[in-house]
Design a protein around this ligand. Sequence first.
Ligand code: PHE
Length: 416
Amino acid sequence: TRTTPYHINGQTYPLDDHSNVPPTILAKLDRNLHLNPSHPISILRSIIESHFSTFTPVTPSSPILTVTQNFDDLGFTPDHPGRALSDSYYLNKNHVLRTHTSAHEIETYQKGLNQWLLTADVYRRDEIDSSHYPVFHQMEGASVWPSSELYKLPQMNAELASKLAECPLIIEDTSSISPENPYQKSHDPEHAAQITQHLKHSLNSLIFRLFGPIATKDGEPLRIRWIDAYFPFTSPSFEVEVWWDGDWLELLGSGVMQQPLLNRAGVPDKSGWAFGLGLERLCMVLFSIPDIRLFWTEDPRFISQFTPGQITPFKPYSKYPPVTRDVSFWIPDASKKGVTQWHENDYCEIVRDVAGDLVETVQLIDEFTHPKTGRRSKTYRLTYRSMDRNLLNDEISGLQSEVERRTISEMGIEIR
Ligand code: PHE
């Protein structure tokens, strides 16, 4: 574990019992994939920016925010799970690596912008598989109107609806306004309904633009659905999902901005909507990129395939064979004093720290509780694979024993 304070961009962040950012994550802070015009993340960003042509593009500078900016200001309750040390990266108890681009909403409204798109890297501790990585990119979009302009919304909705009429996708809307997902009391319900409709039409037209060229998959029309959601800073709230490879894949969260947040940003007279979209997932679907680690590879065979402004399918340069290792261990008994609760994300963090992008998946394949002792056992399968080269067996054995050594000393597990 770390003993020296974090020094980042001329700032010092003293360590405390919250500090949990490993060097592998710090190294990602200045990669800025979203600013490299040939990178799929940036290509998608520009396409979305050109779709929302009247919106101002914004790029925030630092991913280091205060806990107030990232959570409190947005109405996250003190016990919200997103704040947990097992889910977020803390430099110390007051500073986090932003966990979502919504953390920049207030400052952006404060600048007086009414329609904007903000793109940035975000950080979350997570499991390990082909679609989860602890750093990813989000695009936040928002549109707010001074109350005097809200009367234009029915007209704008009619225009958007006519453009969407020949959309070949199947867009299902299973969301509904209810006591669980209500219009806000301070809003005129007619205005709130118009804003909600404008939000849905605007995002459906983006989806049409992005998915239109691949509107059918295996002969079936592509299915998109709107469902109810909950976010502390919007009401009503919605998510959009796409049916992909036999599963609903989440594309974005959205909703009508909570009025108290706009009031706090100094624009009490405005209301409107916002969305936050995960760029990696969308890129994986649109560019046929099979593994999220590919976005981070520095192998020129990846980046050289892409052309600014164009969505083209990725051609795998090779699929190298995986190397797997199974490991079974007893997890520590958290009912004992001084023993920390087992969190799979902590385990994954050590694996990533040791193996970096060579680890492809960490899967729980078995677990049981010993009938007599009550001890709990877990068996994990670790799959290693490089995106760029063949792995050597000895190399993996070395990594695997380092993972075991660290999980024994840092997490108190006992190998079976
Ligand atoms: N910030 C939310 C997330 O990361 C997404 C969101 C953005 C929801 C804007 C509503 C409005 O999940």
